[in-house]
Write a protein that binds this ligand. Structure first.
Ligand code: AMP
Length: 419
């Protein structure tokens, strides 16, 4: 496998799949350029080593072809500000101009292609099918798109001499630019620094953790986390389960959970997790007490209740003080920590206390030498809200991709480079 460190980029054009899916405000200005900043080291490395760069990405979820609000043109000033190099633009990633500009690139130059998802071929999902389309019509549309997707991938590949995938956030998708294109570069494909960093951090946790290894899984539902729970049970010593899923477990065990979020169709799944954990010698920690509110709002009346004995009309919105202490103790004694999902409704300050306690305990353990990985959608928002992102070992940028990797699924974007 090639590496960006050792590959000779002299005089070569590198096409880099970056994740420039940044949030924009109404004026189409970037409100958070974390993803652009993350991609800069990879781009700079290629330029420093005598290559030129073609950047490709998606932005948002355009469903009907080009739309100004999804144009990557809007973020050019944001890229130039961070990169310190002028960025040229090809307003149609399949257009003649794209091919010409790519061919004319000189070492040190950068070309950005327009949003790949202006073409259905990027994702390979047919668009514009009638709501009452028959299965045959759907299959025919899919077949036609697969055929044109081949041309799409081939054309993108024709712009460059080598391919770099640096978009971990989309690595769980077998899209044209994240996986299929790699086939055209059997000896000239590699990960960028974002991908390398993510994979190193996650593999360290999943494959070779210092023990005890504790995973804290929160979030709202058991159903969306069950595959992660099952895969992690094979690896961890301690599994802390928090957030809304607490109440499915408590109810499955015969508790009263008031109006807390509760998936009654997941009771068997929950009981099975507890049974398996016992068989596998994994310590499971569930909340003992809960901060309950009688409405789903920040300034609702609250009371602390046993998490399995919540009065009617009240719902568990955060872990209680006893639980905060118990969870923090387990975390303090851990050498590897993985946190996915807040343990309460952290978006409301009054119910962010439990998640803050988890974050503080992780920071303290990290200071004592533990390796801590935070990732998967809301946990990142949570650690950022507390301003503690730089006090843990690694914050993953990949929401869905990280979750699938943790489920043990081989990510197409990773496999395409490794194979
Ligand atoms: P997930 O995307 O599954 O990680 O879920 C994250 C969401 O779970 C956040 O928006 C939290 O507000 C929510 N959440 C955490 N704890 C609870 C709870 N006790 N009740 C309802 N929602 C919760």
């Amino acid at each position: 496998m090639q590496s960006i460190e050792t590959y000779d980029f002299t005089g070569k054009r590198a096409i880099i799949r970056v994740d420039f899916n940044v949030p924009l405000n109404d004026k189409l200005e970037i409100t958070d350029d974390t993803r652009i900043r993350a991609a800069i080291p990879t781009i700079k490395k290629v330029l420093e080593k005598g290559g030129s760069v073609i950047l490709m990405s998606h932005l948002g979820r355009p469903k009907n072809g080009p739309e100004n609000k999804f144009s990557l043109k809007n973020i050019i000033p944001g890229i130039e500000a961070r990169l310190g190099v002028k960025v040229d633009f090809a307003p149609d990633c399949m257009g003649e101009e794209a091919a010409q500009k790519a061919a004319a690139l000189k070492p040190g130059e950068v070309l950005l292609l327009e949003n790949l998802r202006f073409y259905a071929e990027e994702e390979g999902k047919p668009r514009g099918l009638a709501a009452d389309a028959t299965d045959e019509e759907k299959a025919a549309a899919k077949k036609a798109l697969k055929a044109s997707q081949k041309d799409f991938v081939k054309r993108l590949a024709s712009y460059a001499d080598c391919y770099i995938n640096d978009a971990f956030g989309t690595a769980h998708r077998a899209h044209a630019s994240t996986a299929l294109i790699a086939e055209y570069f059997p000896n000239d494909k590699m990960f960028g620094y974002v991908m390398e960093g993510e994979l190193k951090a996650i593999d360290k946790v999943l494959d070779n953790p210092a023990r005890p290894f504790t995973a804290i899984l929160g979030g709202s539902k058991v159903s969306t986390k069950i595959s992660v729970i099952e895969n992690l049970m094979k690896r961890v010593d301690n599994l802390i389960l928090g957030g809304g899923m607490t109440y499915t477990f408590k109810a499955a065990l015969g508790g009263k959970v008031g109006t807390s979020i509760c998936e009654s169709d997941q009771f068997d799944t929950a009981l099975n997790v507890l049974k398996k954990a016992k068989e596998m010698n994994v310590n499971i920690y569930l909340a003992d007490d809960a901060v309950c509110g009688n409405e789903f709002k920040n300034d609702t009346a609250t009371q602390i209740c046993p998490a399995g004995d919540i009065p009617d009309g009240w719902e568990g919105l955060d872990i209680g003080p006893k639980t905060r202490e118990a969870f923090a103790k387990v975390i303090a004694e851990s050498k590897t920590i993985l946190w996915n999902g807040p343990v309460g409704v952290f978006e409301m300050d009054n119910f962010a206390v439990g998640s803050r306690a988890i974050a503080d305990a992780i920071v303290a353990a990290t200071e004592k030498g533990a390796f801590s990985l935070i990732g998967g959608g809301d946990s990142v928002a949570c650690i950022n809200k507390f301003g503690l992102a730089d006090k843990v070992s690694y914050v993953s940028t990949g929401g869905g991709a990280l979750l699938e990797y943790m489920e043990g699924i081989e990510l197409p974007g990773v496999a395409a480079i490794r194979k």
